[in-house]
Design a protein around this ligand. Sequence first.
Ligand code: NAP
Length: 249
Amino acid sequence: MRLENKIAVITGAGSGMGKEEAVRFAKEGAIVVATDIDYEAVKSVEEQIKANGGKALALKHDVSSKEDWEQVFTKTIDAFTNLDILVNNAGISLPKPFMEQTEQDWAKAYQINVNSVMFGMQLAVPYMEKNNGGSIVNISSISALIGMAGAGAYTASKGAVRSISKAAAVDFGKKNIRVNSVHPGYIVTPMSAASMEDPKYKEYFLSQVALPNLGNAEEVANAVLFLASDEASHITGIELPVDGGVTAK
Ligand code: NAP
């Protein structure tokens, strides 16, 4: 198995890509600490993993709270001793025209999409260092790579995720801690389904993708799994689009 006995914390694991990553990682032998602001959702992911013979622990976690992060790692180490993998997946989209965005929108995007990644990495690194290394995968977006209309605070927050991932890759490389970012494109999940499956907009999204279909959560989870695993042992500081060729155009 590709992640045998690795201890992996995955945020936003109650829905969409995070849920798919949790289930996939567990199938590959990882012990998954699945966290989400929605405890009921993540508890059902824990139950699904256990029903399939895997190991998981669900924790309620608001990623914008440093105190919550401290508790997540304390509980992870108490239960499983080590930390090998962190996937900073939880995030929100803020679909609002740039000129209508408020200071509050900007602050919210940063608190949930960026502070989360900073807290998670700051608190994970000492545990990974004790463990002689680890792998961190931060979920950004293609909006950090190309200009996307109307993305405003979201695009800025995902751009920050891209650049702090590279900086952390340089800072922690000698400790054998790898840090990479994944950049999903048009992926149908509960976050995006209302617009991406709406016949009014679907043709537009499809026209942006080079491949025949929009993406799904499993396709992103496959990329995250690779970067999290030892198969990517010489890969750090990269930005991996999972976008069906949107950014190739
Ligand atoms: P999703 O289905 O909405 O899942 C995100 C999960 O994160 C939800 O369970 C959500 O809970 C949770 N969450 C929200 N705020 C949180 C907080 N403060 N603390 C902890 N958990 C929180 O979204 P997704 O599409 O899988 O997105 C996953 C990641 O990919 C996000 O970072 C997103 O920005 C990024 N992304 C998505 C797309 C796309 O096309 N879908 C494209 C590019 C990048 P609630 O449902 O209760 O809010």
